[in-house]
Design a protein around this ligand. Structure first.
Ligand SMILES: [Zn+2]
Length: 268
């Protein structure tokens, strides 16, 4: 299995039909991106030369699962509206908050958390030039955000979303450092595309989710809780209703939920 696994994460053309690792693995968000394995359902980490990640235990899941995720907040103009929709729809989401924004709006973080949503770390500065200087710089920014979050709500999130996602930003050294720090990385496999332009039409966001969800039984959906992203808020109830109609249940991410990660950084 060792050899097969290595092939599964290094071979970009693997289609998901050759090893048991690949069978339950969701495809990625971008059209045409091949399917890869990160952790398998049993919690076995990916294997690659020089990659040393610990095994994990993930909770079992039944049926179709959707994980709504909101990056970059909290913001006074958007977070309360997102929370109101989630409450109205009786679903929870995962917020990957930015430390600097939490410092400005600790009560909004508190509101996210107290409503039953999961909180993840999206670094303190979200400054790509700073956080991607190297794994140490990345973790130092993460730790800074963690302190701010801890001071506001008394928890230390173990899940991290990398600014811009891991692809193009992470290499094996980052994955090893994050794992050694006890954290779990989180990318996505459905992208609403709400940062493709300053304001993407609501219908386009809905269409993107509809299209990228096809054929998947497990979706982690990228959205932004960011000032000005008003069409994301308009599209949100429609997206939730669409997923409900398709039979999805809604979950939140956490250290015991199998993550979706772009695997490209695992062979750099
Ligand atoms: Zn972000």
């Amino acid at each position: 299995m060792q050899t097969t696994k290595t092939q599964s994460i290094t071979g970009r053309q693997v289609t998901g039909t050759t090893t048991e690792d690949l069978l339950p693995t969701p495809s990625l968000g971008s059209p045409g991106t091949p399917i890869h394995s990160y952790y398998d359902a049993a919690g076995n980490p990916p294997s690659a030369p020089c990659l040393a990640m610990r095994p994990r235990q993930f909770q079992p899941e039944n049926g179709k699962m959707a994980f709504l995720t909101f990056d970059d907040g909290p913001y006074p103009s958007t977070t309360p509206k997102i929370l109101a929709i989630l409450a109205q729809e009786k679903v929870h989401a995962t917020f990957f908050d930015v430390g600097q924004q939490v410092e400005l709006n600790p009560n909004l973080l508190k509101a996210e958390y107290e409503q039953g949503n999961a909180i993840g770390n999206h670094t303190y500065s979200h400054n790509m030039a700073e956080v991607y200087k190297g794994p140490e710089a990345f973790l130092s920014d993460v730790t800074k955000a963690e302190t701010v979050i801890y001071n506001a709500i008394g928890i230390r999130p173990q899940i991290i979303r990398a600014p811009g996602g891991t692809v193009g930003n992470f290499n094996i050294n980052y994955f090893n450092a994050v794992d050694a720090g006890g954290y779990l990385m989180e990318d996505w496999n459905v992208d609403t595309g709400d940062t493709d332009a300053s304001l993407v039409p609501e219908n386009q966001l809905i269409h993107n989710v509809e299209q990228q969800t096809q054929g998947k039984t497990r979706v982690v959906i990228l959205m932004h809780d960011l000032a000005g992203k008003n069409t994301t808020i308009q599209a949100l109830p429609v997206i939730i209703e669409m997923l409900k109609k398709q039979g999805f249940s809604f979950g939140v991410l956490g250290p015991h939920v199998r993550p979706i990660v772009f695997p490209e950084g695992l062979h750099n």
